[in-house]
Ligand binder design. Structure first.
Ligand SMILES: N[C@@H](CCC(=O)N[C@@H](CS)C(=O)NCC(=O)O)C(=O)O
Length: 213
């Protein structure tokens, strides 16, 4: 199938993966042109140099919610957007929880220091990690409570919100502390295992989660 979506971003990147997952859900053939966040090359595609930037249907987008919303509405009949106003609101609520609360702390204060720093020959900042763990436990507990009430984050059906949260939780599990926390949260663990069966999650698997950047 010819490539329909070109993403610029690191090969292993949470937000780039979110877009790839939604593309795969929509049956859109995608590719990633490896491009470092913050690089001169990235500035050619994203004025704020974040990852990813997307090209599709002769259009250029940046910001993951915009990219995913377009992909799902233009190429998937909006199947990942709940129909009801409440469902759509819940979807954006949980997508924002993933992007603005769970991602920043798990990425900056667990995945980067615990998983990525040693790969670069640096010792993990143990205090940074230790101070973050109770906050991360709290964040994951909030997600657990939601998933005790609903099969998916927006409600009964898989939505963009789950596509946002999945790579954040998978990356968190690349750190032993994160994996141990998730193992103790039955609803989150069951949700994670269910999502791992989805073809779109499998097709977009990171080459090696221990190389998170
Ligand atoms: N608001 C952006 C956030 C994207 C983002 O933070 N991407 C990460 C990579 S996963 C990044 O570019 N990090 C580099 C940085 O924060 O400077 C979006 O929705 O796409």
């Amino acid at each position: 199938m010819p490539v329909q979506l070109t993403l610029y971003g690191p090969t292993v990147s949470t937000f780039t993966r979110i877009c790839a997952i939604v593309a795969a859900e929509a049956g859109v053939a995608w590719e990633i042109i490896p491009t470092g966040s913050g690089s001169k090359e990235m500035a050619e595609h994203h004025p704020f140099m974040r990852s990813p930037a997307a090209y599709i249907d002769d259009l250029h987008f940046y910001e993951t919610p915009a990219i995913c919303s377009y992909l799902d509405r233009a190429h998937n009949g909006g199947a990942l957007h709940p129909v009801s106003p409440e469902g759509q609101a819940r979807m954006w609520q949980w997508a924002n929880v993933a992007a603005h609360y769970v991602f920043p702390i798990t990425e900056e204060r667990l995945v980067l220091p615990r998983v990525v720093a040693p790969l670069m020959g640096r010792a993990p900042d143990e205090k940074l990690i230790a101070d973050a763990l109770p906050v991360i436990r709290y964040h994951l507990g909030v997600v657990e409570t939601r998933l005790q009430d609903a099969a998916f984050l927006a409600g009964a059906d898989y939505s963009l919100a789950d596509s946002f949260m999945y790579p954040v939780i998978e990356a968190t599990c690349a750190a032993p502390e994160g994996a141990a926390m998730v193992a103790d949260l039955p609803a989150l663990k069951a949700w994670l295992e269910a999502l791992r069966q989805r073809p779109a999650i499998r097709e977009t698997a990171w080459p090696d989660t221990s190389q998170m950047v």
